[in-house]
Design a protein around this ligand. Structure first.
Ligand SMILES: Cc1cc2nc3c(=O)[nH]c(=O)nc-3n(C[C@H](O)[C@H](O)[C@H](O)COP(=O)(O)O)c2cc1C
Length: 178
C-alpha cells in the first residue's frame, strides 16, 4: 500500500488534465493505495522570493497554502503532477508551487516515484516535451526520486473534451500499476 499525492494544477472547471488526474487516482485506489488529490483551484500560492528563511527551519515563512501542500509532498511515496500545457510548458501555477519546494530541498522526504500528466490542444507527441523536461528538472533536484511514468492527451482544447480519450485509460492503468 502506497501513499499517493496527486496535485492537479488546472484552475478551470471540467478540466482535461484534472480528468487524467482522476483516472490515475481511480486506478491507484482500485489497486488498494491511499490517494489524496489536491487541486490548486482556490489556493493561494505566492512566488518564492529566495529569502532562504526556510534554510533554518525547512518551512517557508509565506503565510499561504503552499507550506501545507509541500508537507504532503514530503511524506508521500508517490507524487503525481497534472498540468495543462501553456505555451509548450507546464502551467505557471504548478511551476510557482514547485519553486516553493526549495523549502524542503535539504530536508528528508519519502517520495520516490513521480508521474506526470499533461493535456494540450495540439496533438503532436512532441507537444509536452518541454513541460515534461521542466518537471524532470524538478525531479532531478530530489535525487532519491525518479520519473516513473508520463501520460499526454493531445487534441483537447475545450473543457471536458478529453472524455473518451484513450489517455484516460492509460492514466488509470498507470495508477493501478504503481
Ligand atoms: C495560456 C494558455 C496557453 C496554452 N498553450 C498551449 C500550447 O502551447 N499548446 C497547446 O497545444 N495548447 C495550449 N493551450 C491549450 C490547453 O493546453 C488545453 O486547452 C488543455 O486541454 C487545458 O487543460 P485543462 O482543461 O486541464 O485546463 C493553452 C491554453 C492556455 C489557456
Amino acid at each position: 500500500m502506497k501513499k499517493v499525492l496527486i496535485i492537479s494544477s488546472s484552475l478551470r472547471a471540467h478540466s482535461n488534465s484534472d480528468a487524467l488526474a482522476t483516472a490515475f487516482a481511480e486506478g491507484a485506489r482500485e489497486a488498494g493505495h491511499v490517494v489524496e488529490c489536491i487541486s490548486l483551484k482556490g489556493k493561494e500560492i505566492r512566488f518564492c522570493t529566495a529569502c532562504y528563511a526556510c534554510k533554518k527551519t525547512g518551512r517557508c515563512v509565506a503565510p499561504d497554502d503552499a507550506p501545507e501542500i509541500i508537507s504532503k509532498i514530503q511524506v508521500a511515496d508517490v507524487v503525481v503532477l497534472a498540468t495543462p500545457i501553456y505555451y509548450y510548458e507546464m502551467c505557471g501555477q504548478l511551476k510557482t508551487l514547485l519553486d516553493r519546494t526549495v523549502s524542503i530541498y535539504n530536508e528528508p522526504y519519502t517520495f520516490r516515484d513521480v508521474y506526470l500528466l499533461a493535456t494540450a490542444a495540439e496533438d503532436e507527441p512532441s507537444t509536452p516535451e518541454r513541460a515534461f523536461n521542466g518537471l524532470g528538472g524538478w525531479v532531478e533536484c530530489f535525487e532519491k526520486a525518479r520519473i516513473a511514468g508520463q501520460v499526454f492527451a493531445g487534441g483537447v482544447y475545450e473543457q471536458n473534451t478529453i472524455l473518451g480519450h484513450s489517455a484516460l485509460e492509460t492514466a488509470r492503468k498507470m495508477g493501478a500499476a504503481i
